[in-house]
Design a protein around this ligand. Sequence first.
Ligand code: SF4
Length: 344
Amino acid sequence: MKSFDFLQPRSVDEAISTWTADAAYLGGGTNLLDLMKIGVAQPTTVIDLSRIPGLDAIDHQAGGGVRIGAMVRNADLVWDADVVADFPMVAEAILSGASGQLRNAATVGGNLMQQTRCAYFQDSFSACNRREPGAGCAAKGGVDGAMAVLGWTDDCIATNPSDFAVPLMALDAVVEVQGPNGKRELPLSHFYGDDAAVNNTLQEGELILALRLPASARNFSSHARYVKLRERTSFAFALVSAAAALRIEGGVIAEARLALGAVAARPWRVAGAEELLKGRAPTAEAFADAAARLLEGARPSGANGHKIELARRIAIRALTLAAAGTPVRIPALPASVVEEPFDA
Ligand code: SF4
């Protein structure tokens, strides 16, 4: 590993003032340190955010929303009983990600910042437009069975690996950031942006302060699920995943939220798919229509056409489980795809 300066500022302003080109902010380190060890990330300065007071707070706001500090550990977030009760698919997504040890260290800000797990990105000898714009993309025509089927371009076919971000996208999360030019608030969709070859839209020196879920996200707490398909249930990134949430009144869907994970460079949400469900009974036919709309335009980026059918089925499964009702306790194997719907 290359040597670097290690700074531990005591305030956000101090952290930003110490930023230099080629610096990196450090959260829990569960992604950045791995990338540094394999030479993919080579910051000259590492700015540890763990000594800054207030970044690790969870604030349940008077109006019903929640503000989650960027340095809140994933494990601590799912120990917050109100977060689990109000936003159950967020908790289910976190518990389906990584291992207990990693969740103890990883932070919610770091989760949003994490890099793709594209094997070619992580191999500094392979061409990669994300590491070096204009270098090419070794994944195209390579081992591409798990790559993107939506929103990809010839520049990059990588997927976003986050479970957490999928329900956040469905629930209209907002990211609070601060940098040399002051504070900004970004809807999560803007945080990721539309450029498949870019990890996020943060500007030079900006760091995440917190993310917020609006009070309206609580409207779905009775019918919300996250479902994840992976190669081993205990510990793996998603092949495809889905977050589904319904507000059901009088046996009819009054409002729906639906997003897919691991199919694109960002969590994939299509407003038209949610609109299709409004006013309909929660039936298999309605869910199939919504899944088809969500996957409109999907196309293989390599030998991964099977992911389109997997994503369609996972979206329907998540909607079916959501309609059956949020479980009183999150299952022992959170987000397991083998779970059957049960009576609410
Ligand atoms: Fe790099 Fe994206 Fe190509 Fe992977 S898919 S090698 S991250 S440009």
